[in-house]
Design a protein around this ligand. Structure first.
Ligand SMILES: Nc1ncnc2c1ncn2[C@@H]1O[C@H](COP(=O)(O)OP(=O)(O)OP(=O)(O)O)[C@@H](O)[C@H]1O
Ligand SMILES: [Zn+2]
Ligand SMILES: [Zn+2]
Length: 758
């Protein structure tokens, strides 16, 4: 008898195993490994869906087995490669089957979406004939007359754009259709996707010597891989800002297509700008599928369908595009490889580069990791020869990297300048406005002021549900929690001491905008942050306006820090360079250096030389010193020494166990039980000497509460312990013994190589 092993589509660790279902004779043809199927589940015979991960033949079962109910139509079965990846992810990230399937499979709505069409009304006769029709139409056929009026000038109109599309009007339109005057037609809804043009073959820029050499090396590597059928190589392309990395990606993809292969290009969500897309579509046209989070379900469906049907040869997208089910995958490009958005914050907490490397090994694809500021781990691998390191040290344009001027804001205070803009930055903006150059001002904090506090007793307004201060926003005049989004009216009286001396502290982009408006009333200013880009397409609008020089100054958060290529920008001002330096996180220095170098890199990309003003309270910090020099390798050398000394990645692997729940005692007790369990087993394995260094915590997380949930964490480091052993113990305690250790009210998740440990 044929039995299917089915994973039930329900995200609970209680049902996280394959269940057996008999494949009835009539379904034998339809059910395949990977099919999405209908089943009944549990004592209540609840109707559910699930995925077949395997089929086996058994003699006589010792227990009763339910029948499979059917196969879900229009959902393509998971491929063999996808199933392999699901099993590998489950093992690697200790997630549930369903979590792995949800990450790998196309969106669930795939195949369930009805094609929505737009209904149009079109005139079938000439406008002269229509005019005489109108004369013939009696006055009491009011609606028909009204509709005909419209078509005197128009040939085709959307039905819903006619006045009050009530059934009465529809009747009138139907009557006119019967008379042969109008016709009703349905058209596929116009897609809001960036329109995919056919390749326009723009003139190719001749590559610089440096670019050529890099491209040749990577092409040769690719050719070898393809000919010898060995597993794909990983290249780390370290090229300074504006060194023309994208041009190399295009060349490599072209090579892959020539050899009958396909390609995936990952870009951070925020760089999915029309600017980037244009460069790809100009070269490859309709062979591209685009995947990112602001697509509607229908748009997403279309893009996945293109991939599924083999129409797409190149997939460009944010993190999840790494799972694109392309056949003959030959090339994976990860642009801005250091970007933290490549790490998933949901289970499975994978990093897109980890998946890229898995696919590279399985499918023989070549991986290109590109960045001006590679992650410390990637560069370390480059140095060790695990990746092949390729460097582009020069910009393609005539000017080299911009000069960075450092302003010590403590000295500004000394001379009585209390504002957020130093004397030097102010005069340079003035000068730049005069010369009609564009300016970018970067401040990595949105809102108006950072927090409200009582001057008398020091009370600070915090979110009730999260352990963080609330940010004051204009023009809505409200406090917003940047973690859970809750809003409230600002206090005018201190709830602790009753004083009315409530003061604003800190500043964000809204306040910066106000200040700049006051200082330079003649300047045209744009602001780009989460608050100005909530609407679909708003992001592009701002960037396009700036590109078309409709504004002189662009103010923004990290949204404007990378990938943008505006030749008109000759001045970049960094308002508070040390804003994230104080985060209690081992990556704070790295992130600071990356952010500053990327922002600085937006200046001087055109005809004119660029300059950068960097304001800081900590000029002596090495991240800032090296960012001023824009010297990646200099930064890397200092950072890698510290990572080794303090036993952080890449020298140790970090495993983070997060525990969360509304009942703080329960969360804490669970954390204690788990850490005790881990310690106990490791002790029995003979590791009593290193437990202190290896298992840190449980401790409350840095942000102790988010959205009413208390957070505790246990951090594991593999110091003097085999990584695999540590992982095995973790799996045993957190997964196998979960029922025993973790009550249902406490959420446990495991993060391997966490991006941040806040
Ligand atoms: N060989 C070349 N000659 C002239 N212009 C070039 C050449 N190569 C690239 N460019 C242009 O230079 C600009 C910068 O290139 P690109 O955006 O690829 O740099 P990048 O290395 O990705 O920069 P960043 O990391 O700062 O985003 C683009 O406008 C690109 O069209
Ligand atoms: Zn007070
Ligand atoms: Zn909150």
């Amino acid at each position: 008898m044929e039995v299917a092993k089915v994973i039930i589509d329900q995200n609970s660790h209680h049902t996280d195993r394959p269940f057996d279902y008999k494949i009835p004779g009539e379904l034998r043809e339809a059910v395949k490994v990977g099919s999405r199927v209908q089943v009944t589940f549990g004592k209540g015979h609840k109707k559910m869906e699930g995925y077949v991960l395997g089929v086996k033949d058994i003699e006589k079962p010792r227990y009763t087995i339910k029948n499979l109910q059917g196969v879900v139509q229009n959902v393509p079965p998971l491929s063999e490669l996808q199933i392999d990846m699901i099993l590998w992810m489950k093992k690697t990230y200790l997630c549930t089957y369903m979590e792995a399937i949800s990450a790998v499979a196309p969106p669930k709505a795939y195949g369930n979406i009805k094609e929505k069409k737009d209904v149009y009304v079109r005139r079938k006769i000439s406008s002269e004939k229509l005019e005489s029709q109108l004369e013939k139409t009696p006055n009491n056929a009011k609606r028909q007359r009204e509709i005909l009026q419209y078509f005197l000038e128009e040939e085709e109109l959307l039905l819903k754009s006619l006045p009050g599309i009530k059934s009465l009007y529809k009747n009138a339109v139907n009557a006119l259709e019967k008379k042969g005057i109008l016709e009703v037609i349905e058209k596929e809804k116009a897609s809001k996707l960036l329109s995919m043009k056919s390749p326009s073959n723009p003139p190719r820029v001749p590559l610089t010597t440096e670019q050529k050499k890099a491209l040749e090396t990577m092409k040769e590597g690719f050719q070898q891989t393809q000919q010898n059928g060995v597993k794909g190589k990983t290249y780390l392309l370290h090229g300074v800002t504006g060194s023309g990395k994208t041009e190399l990606y295009l060349g490599l993809i072209e090579k892959a297509l020539e050899m009958g292969k396909t390609a995936i290009v990952l870009v951070p969500e925020i760089s999915l700008t029309p600017q980037t897309m244009e460069r790809f579509t100009a070269r490859f046209g309709e062979a591209i599928a685009l995947i990112h989070s602001s697509l509607t379900l229908k748009e997403r469906y279309h893009e996945w369908e293109k991939i599924q049907q083999g129409k797409a040869k190149i997939v460009i997208g944010a993190r999840s595009a790494i799972f694109a089910n392309l056949e003959n995958l030959g090339m994976i490009v990860v642009d801005e490889e250091h970007e933290y958005t490549y790490k998933s914050e949901q289970n499975p907490k994978y990093h897109a580069i980890e998946i890229a490397k898995y696919r590279s090994e399985k499918e023989g694809a070549q991986v290109i990791l590109g960045s001006a500021t590679p992650s410390v781990e990637s560069y370390y691998r480059g140095e060790k020869g695990i990746y092949e390191l390729i460097s582009l040290d020069r910009r393609v344009t005539k000017h080299q990297l911009p000069q960075v001027e450092m302003v010590d804001m403590r000295e500004e205070l000394d001379v009585g300048n209390l504002s957020m803009i130093s004397g030097s930055l102010k005069s340079q903006i003035e000068e730049n406005l005069k010369n009609r150059g564009q300016t970018i001002l970067f401040l990595n904090r949105r809102g108006f002021s950072t927090f409200l506090s009582c001057k008398k007793c020091g009370y600070v307004e915090k979110c009730q549900d999260c352990d963080i201060t609330m940010t004051y926003h204009l023009p809505s005049d409200e406090l917003i929690c940047h973690y859970c989004g809750k809003k409230k009216k600002p206090i005018t009286e201190c709830p602790d001491c009753g004083s009315t001396t409530i003061k604003h502290f800190g500043y964000g982009t809204q306040k910066l905008e106000k200040n700049i408006e006051n200082l330079f009333p003649q300047a045209r200013i744009l602001r780009m942050d989460v608050d100005t880009t909530t609407e679909k397409g708003a992001h592009e609008k701002v960037l396009n306006a700036f590109k078309n020089r409709e504004a002189d100054i662009l103010i923004g958060t990290q949204m404007i820090s990378k990938g943008l290529d505006f030749p008109g920008v000759t001045l970049v001002g960094i308002i508070a360079a040390d804003s994230i330096l104080n985060l209690p996180d081992f990556r704070a220095s790295e992130r600071t250096f990356q952010l500053l170098t990327q922002v600085a890199g937006r200046a001087g990309r055109g005809e004119d030389l660029g300059s950068v003003v960097l304001q800081t309270y900590k000029p002596e910090h090495y991240s800032i010193e090296e960012a001023i020099k824009q010297d990646y390798v200099g930064f890397y050398k200092r950072e890698i020494g510290l990572r080794e000394a303090f036993e952080y990645p890449p020298f140790t692997a970090l495993y983070l166990v997060n525990l969360m729940g509304e009942d703080e005692d329960k969360v804490y007790n669970t954390a204690i039980k788990i850490s005790k369990g881990i310690r106990y087993i490791l002790k029995n394995e003979g590791h009593s000497d290193c437990l202190e260094e290896c298992i840190l915590g449980p401790n409350p997380s840095v942000i102790t509460k988010i959205n009413k949930n208390y957070r505790y964490r246990i951090l594991l480091k593999n110091i003097n312990i085999d990584k695999q052993l540590l992982k095995k113990v973790l799996k045993y305690v957190c997964i196998n013994k979960r029922k025993q250790f973790v009550p249902d009210e406490v959420n446990l998740s495991i993060d391997f190589n966490p991006y941040s440990i806040i």
